[in-house]
Design a protein. Structure first.
Length: 745
């Protein structure tokens, strides 16, 4: 049944607006409403999948994209997104196959470039895909990219050799040699196959690079984190001081400023290089009134900070922030200065801005600066309003992060961890990991746990989790990861108990949203777990979230029902009904509960209670068809035909008012089958057949009705029935007339 087009358009527009503002949770709700209106709408599913992906609900996003693919098999976007999610969660083989599927869709659309990209992704995740390597080789040949075609044939030969098929391996290498008959690596590979040695395919930057095959050199590759050079131990402010020395010397000498102020500045720079901070400060102070430059302010401010004069340092550092080359260092020094003065809110803001500036420089080749800006904006929001103690702890963490020879590598690692934490656990999760004991070591440990889990190395992941708990026992996300490991190892009961303990700990801390999220996820995995559902009910009642609590009461009762504990199920349904009445739940919700209670009573053969409950349902919702139907059956079973027919006529009246003729016919036919000797049922069925013009069916029912009446000695009723048959002029009407005459009719 089609939905409301206006409501759909409003929901989609609301989703687009929320997505534009990067309010992804709002976008999820809006797009979800659009999907409810039109469950087969591909566009709504694709947008919903993206929003779920942005807030880190990867499994939910995967389900939505899978549905989108079912709705639009020729649209590559759902498949492509699904592959990306599978890769993120470490399901590499499935991701690889999905990339192959995406490539086939693009190939069908004659988009060879995108097909090649996805084939290449598949081979990166699952090496040795011979069919894909063959397709890539042929595609690159077709495009005239000889180096890449040669490499794919080499990889194809290597794969065939590992499969034990030397003939095909030889043919693949020979095909590579057709592209470049003098390629040393291909010639060596051919000799290796003949000698039974292993074929070695160097990395792409090795002798199969464009230069080795005579092609033009490629563009400079993006800088990776592992290539980040060793840094100044003083952190960003140390590097800024080095830059400031050069900038200030250039400003003084090239600008011809060799007066007394310029001389003082040059003297200060030399003293600074020698590590003589106090005389350097004095010289800078002499030069400062007449020599105004951000580099002088930076050096003077940092030296004052190192001399334990943070208040004086702040006066100078603010003027260096505006210089692009010195900004990160000036922000870093300001953060340290405010920290030294105990002004932790100001310190936090400057330290985070310094981290963002540094991180943007370090990752500018490989990441989107807008994404980094969003991350650090959310970090600032997460820390806003925290206690002075928590803020001081976090600032200390940032200060330790921004010093030492490897601070640049650690900044990149920490940023990745914060991104994952923000995605999976929200802003409170970031605060937790930053204030945790040994948080610097904890970040590395959590990163290692996640890596092991992605690689399906569960034993190593659990060992690392135990080590993390030793130095940070109250950091609950590690406990959550332990529960996930247990679940993936098949230790379901232990995992559920662990999740439950973590959720209750969050409840004690007052973090009920996180507790509810964990309990809800566990119930999706183990819907029959009573203790978890009871914990969730307790939490919802504490927060007075009565509607959700009512749903959980109903689910708890259903759980007891499925487990065969009908007495407990009935008791919980009774509690649910009391709560529903207390909160003014809709009649429909109350009726649903009553139906479940009545079903249990019928199962226990307590017909009196069941009858009473169905009558209560009709008082609440007079048109409830099921309640009327069940009462009809109960009265028939109790041989109370008069009351059964009265309830039947009430239900038939409901069907008649809503013009549901088919339901009238279906119900009467069903009841006649169940109670074939009931004359009232036969009479009503014959009448409805007559109204529908089903003459033969009407005659058949009247004939059976007449026989029942004759057997019961109801001659006058039988006469009336036979007259009705005669009026329908059936075949053999004379026989009916004779029978009528014999009966005196």
């Amino acid at each position: 049944m089609p939905g409301n087009r206006e409501a759909y358009e409003q929901a989609m527009n609301a989703g687009h607006n929320a997505a534009w503002d990067k309010e992804w949770s709002l976008a999820v709700a809006a797009y979800g409403q659009a999907v409810k209106e039109f469950p087969d709408d591909v566009e709504a599913h694709i947008h919903l999948g993206l929003a779920l992906l942005e807030i880190g609900r990867l499994e939910d996003a995967l389900k939505v994209y899978t549905r989108a693919h079912q709705l639009a098999p020729d649209d590559p976007i759902p498949l492509e997104k699904s592959a990306d999610i599978l890769e993120r969660v470490g399901r590499m083989k499935e991701a690889s196959q999905q990339y192959v599927n995406v490539a086939e869709v693009y190939l069908g659309q004659r988009d060879l470039d995108k097909a090649i990209f996805n084939w290449d992704r598949a081979t990166k995740l699952t090496p040795g895909l011979v069919q894909i390597h063959a397709k890539l080789a042929q595609a690159y040949e077709r495009l005239g990219n000889r180096p890449k075609a040669l490499r794919q044939y080499m990889l194809l030969g290597q794969a065939f050799q590992r499969m034990g098929d030397s003939d095909k391996a030889t043919k693949a290498i020979q095909r590579a040699l057709k592209i470049d008959g003098r390629n040393v690596t291909a010639l060596n590979a051919l000799q290796a196959i003949e000698a039974g040695a292993e074929v070695i395919v160097p990395a792409e930057t090795s002798d199969l690079s464009p230069r080795a095959t005579g092609a033009a050199p490629s563009a400079k590759p993006a800088r990776q984190a592992s290539q980040i050079p060793e840094a100044d131990p003083l952190g960003p402010m140390g590097e800024a001081m080095t830059d400031a020395l050069g900038l200030l010397a250039q400003y003084v000498i090239e600008g011809g400023r060799l007066d007394a102020a310029g001389g003082d500045a040059l003297q200060a720079m030399e003293l600074q290089r020698q590590g003589l901070h106090e005389p350097a400060i004095a010289a800078y102070l002499r030069a400062e009134p007449k020599l105004i430059h951000p580099s002088l302010k930076l050096n003077l401010g940092v030296l004052l900070l190192l001399a334990n004069k943070p208040a004086e340092a702040i006066k100078h550092l603010g003027e260096a922030v505006s210089h692009p080359q010195l900004s990160a260092g000036a922000l870093h020094a300001l953060g340290k200065a405010y920290y030294a003065l105990g002004k932790h809110k100001q310190a936090s803001r400057y330290l985070i801005q310094s981290l963002q500036a540094v991180d943007t420089i370090l990752t500018m080749d490989v990441d989107d600066p807008d994404d980094l800006a969003t991350l650090y904006e959310r970090l600032l929001v997460a820390l806003d309003g925290r206690s002075e103690e928590a803020t001081a702890t976090i600032n200390n963490r940032f200060i330790n992060l921004l010093q030492g020879k490897d601070w640049k590598q650690r900044v990149a690692e920490t940023r990745r961890q914060l991104e994952e934490t923000l995605r999976d656990e929200g802003e409170q999760g970031i605060v937790d990991i930053l204030v945790a004991a040994r948080s610097d070591k904890l970040t590395q440990s959590v990163s290692l746990i996640d890596r092991f889990m992605r690689q399906n190395l569960m034993t190593l992941a659990m060992d690392e989790a135990h080590r993390a708990i030793e130095f940070s026992p109250t950091y609950l996300p590690v406990h959550i990861r332990m529960a996930e490991i247990m679940m993936r190892e098949g230790r379901v009961r232990q995992a559920i108990n662990k999740y439950n303990v973590v959720a209750k700990t969050y409840m004690v801390r007052g973090e009920n949203d996180r507790a509810a999220s964990i309990l809800s996820e566990v119930l999706e995995m183990a819907p029959l777990d009573i203790s978890v559902r009871e914990s969730l009910i307790e939490l919802l009642e504490t927060e007075e979230r009565w509607d959700e609590a009512l749903d959980q009461y109903i689910d708890l009762a259903d759980t007891y029902h499925q487990l065969g504990n009908f007495d407990m199920a009935r008791d919980i349904f009774t509690e649910a009904e009391k709560l529903a009445n207390k909160i003014g739940a809709t009649p429909e919700r109350i009726v649903r509960i009553k139906h479940r209670v009545a079903d249990i009573d019928q199962m226990r053969l307590d017909m009196r209670k069941a009858q009473k409950t169905y009558e209560e349902i009709i008082q609440v919702v007079p048109t409830d068809e099921r309640a009327h139907r069940m009462l009809i059956d109960i009265h028939f079973r109790q041989a109370n035909q008069v009351e059964a027919i009265r309830k039947l006529d009430q239900l038939l009246g409901i069907f008649a008012r809503t013009k549901q003729v088919n339901k009238i016919t279906q119900l009467l036919e069903e009841l006649v089958t169940m109670y074939p000797n009931d004359t009232a049922l036969r009479s009503r069925l014959a009448a409805i057949y007559r109204q529908m013009g089903r003459r033969d069916d009407a005659i058949k029912q009247l004939d059976a009705l007449g026989e029942l009446q004759l057997e019961a000695g109801l001659h006058q009723d039988a006469i009336n029935t036979i007259r009705q048959i005669v009026a329908l002029n059936p075949s053999g009407v004379e026989d009916y007339k004779r029978l009528l005459s014999q009966l005196g009719g």
